[in-house]
Design a protein around this ligand. Structure first.
Ligand SMILES: NC(=O)c1ccc[n+]([C@@H]2O[C@H](COP(=O)([O-])OP(=O)(O)OC[C@H]3O[C@@H](n4cnc5c(N)ncnc54)[C@H](OP(=O)(O)O)[C@@H]3O)[C@@H](O)[C@H]2O)c1
Length: 244
């Protein structure tokens, strides 16, 4: 039986991915802090095991490593999003929280769990299509995901001789608790189940980059090809909130 560990599996994309892999007969280790949510998942599938840990706490990541089996696939998906609403009074506490959750947790997991991936195994990172372009209010989230994408791509090169395939996952908008609080349109948004299928298909094909939904992420990729001065003008005109 194949083993997968998914972080951030107590809700949203990670939860749907855990359910899909469990349906496919994999032995799933589902990570998160919310024990009740993980218990509900475990009650649905006998091949899901909970891993309750706050990944911002490195000692919890070290403790978890002692219990982990050899892994065929490690999906580092846990993350959060907070916007910087007042650029003039830049909130470094928000920045620190987002960087810790989206980036430092990944560093801890790599440090202590990478050795658990089998020869021929896979490692995947959930970044975001927000990393393609500088978006208003996304100073913290976008910076964390841009850094995560760079990290994933460099590891994709450095882990190739060690027979570990790395996949970088760039979702567009997905309807999850993370985006429920968004008070702006989310073009092309998909359900977490659709997201899970796109990720599952990409990982099964061992794609190095998994972008979805295709229309939205292709448009974002095309905008990213524009000179920054053009994108900047477009974003100021159409995306920045007007203060009254
Ligand atoms: N939804 C979107 O439109 C979208 C788009 C692009 C990228 N993404 C990325 O997709 C990933 C999943 O997001 P989602 O939309 O599914 O959000 P979500 O429903 O809010 O899920 C986030 C998951 O991360 C876990 N998590 C957060 N902080 C953690 C911590 N310190 N330790 C352990 N687990 C932690 C949460 O678990 P607990 O609450 O149980 O701790 C939860 O399971 C994130 O990396 C996000 O940036 C999402």
């Amino acid at each position: 039986m194949k083993h997968i560990l998914i972080t951030g599996a107590s809700s949203g994309i990670g939860k749907s991915l855990a359910q899909l892999y469990a349906q496919q007969g994999w032995q799933v280790i589902a990570g998160g802090r919310n024990q009740q949510a993980l218990n509900e998942l475990v009650a649905q599938f006998e091949n899901i095991t909970p891993l309750v840990a706050d990944l911002c706490d490195e000692s919890a990541v070290i403790e978890a490593a002692e219990l982990l089996p050899s892994l065929d696939l490690l999906v580092l998906n846990a993350g959060s999003c907070e916007y910087i609403d007042q650029p003039l009074t830049f909130d470094s506490a928000v920045f620190q929280r987002v960087i810790n959750t989206n980036l430092m947790t990944v560093a801890y997991c790599l440090n202590h769990w990478l050795s658990k991936i089998k020869q021929g195994g896979q490692l995947a990172f959930t970044s975001s299509s927000a990393s393609f372009l500088p978006l208003p209010r996304a100073q913290a989230y976008g910076a964390s995901k841009a850094a995560l994408s760079y990290l994933a791509k460099t590891l994709s090169i450095d882990l190739a001789p060690h027979n570990i395939d790395v996949s970088l996952i760039n979702p567009g908008f997905v309807q999850t608790p993370l985006t429920q609080k968004n008070d702006f349109p989310m073009p092309g948004s998909v359900s977490s189940e659709q997201a899970a299928h796109a990720i599952f298909n990409g990982l099964t094909k061992r794609r190095h980059i998994i972008n979805f939904p295709s229309v939205f992420t292709s448009i974002m990729s095309m905008f990213a090809l524009l000179p920054f001065s053009w994108w900047r003008l477009f974003a100021i005109r159409y995306l920045v909130r007007k203060t009254s």
